[in-house]
Design a protein around this ligand. Structure first.
Ligand code: PEP
Length: 249
């Protein structure tokens, strides 16, 4: 199980519109990428994106998912709806959701459950803050995020992805050093092994995210435990993003 297909995801956050969809699709659609490519536009554009990408190899994901199944929850979008629309992935617990929208490990756990029940692959985002990094608390924080977010989640029949995104590296231009990121990814894999099994640990794709660009993508992807990338800012420039995608072998 050592030849997992790498995965490169674009997180557009609250950016983009019909113009960006058209230019992104145009620059990606006919390229034979070794990696699996996934684009996560804002909710409103998921359908447009899915329509444009219908006959392509490129997949679509949402940036969030409701922890509720259905009912009186104004403004929410359920895993079932996303799946039915044609999404394959959903981000869960991005640091911006934790910071600004009160999400925590407990809500991540519910969202992961909902996603898996609906056949979506959740991408659990974890990572330490600047302060935690400075206090050498990275491993402690990640262990807690993993154990609480994955409590009672069975991964023997279904899989998730994990995105390691040190909060201090997101949108700052200060990417983690590739060797340091590799060490953290190895640690995450060991945690998965302890929580599940060697097989689950090896089969789970662990992406790195945090100021990825065309200058650091290749070195990141060369690391044995870095199975892909989650790209924010650089994914808003279609030529730049497709250059990053081409580094995955
Ligand atoms: C992200 O938000 O997932 C991210 C990695 O952002 P950036 O690439 O802009 O640091």
């Amino acid at each position: 199980f050592h030849n997992k297909r790498p995965i490169i995801m674009a997180n557009w956050k609250l950016n983009g519109g019909v113009d960006l969809i058209c230019s992104s699709v145009a620059s990606l659609i006919n390229q034979p990428f070794a990696a699996e490519i996934v684009i996560c536009p804002p909710y409103l554009y998921l359908r447009d994106m899915l329509n444009f990408l219908q006959h392509s190899q490129i997949n679509v994901g949402s940036q969030n998912v409701s922890k509720f199944k259905s009912g009186a929850y104004t403004g929410e979008t359920s895993a079932q709806m996303l799946k039915e629309a044609g999404c394959q992935y959903c981000l869960v617990g991005h640091s911006e959701r934790r910071e600004t929208f009160g999400e925590n490990n407990a809500s991540c756990q519910l969202k992961i459950e909902r996603a898996l029940q609906s056949g979506l692959t959740p991408v659990l985002c974890i990572g330490e803050s600047q302060k935690e990094y400075e206090c050498d608390l990275t491993e402690q924080v990640l262990t807690r995020q993993l154990t609480e977010s994955l409590e009672n989640i069975d991964l023997s029949q279904q899989s998730i992805c994990i995105a390691y995104e040190p909060v201090w590296a997101i949108g700052t231009g200060k990417s983690a050093n590739a060797q340091v990121a590799q060490k953290v990814h190895y640690f995450i894999r060991q945690q998965l092994k302890a929580m599940y099994s060697e097989q689950t640990a090896q089969n789970t794709r662990i992406m790195y995210g945090g100021s990825v660009n065309k200058n650091n993508a290749e070195t990141m992807l060369e690391q044995p435990d870095i199975d892909g990338l989650l790209v924010g800012g650089a994914s808003l420039d279609p030529a730049h993003f497709s250059e990053i995608c081409n580094y995955a072998k």
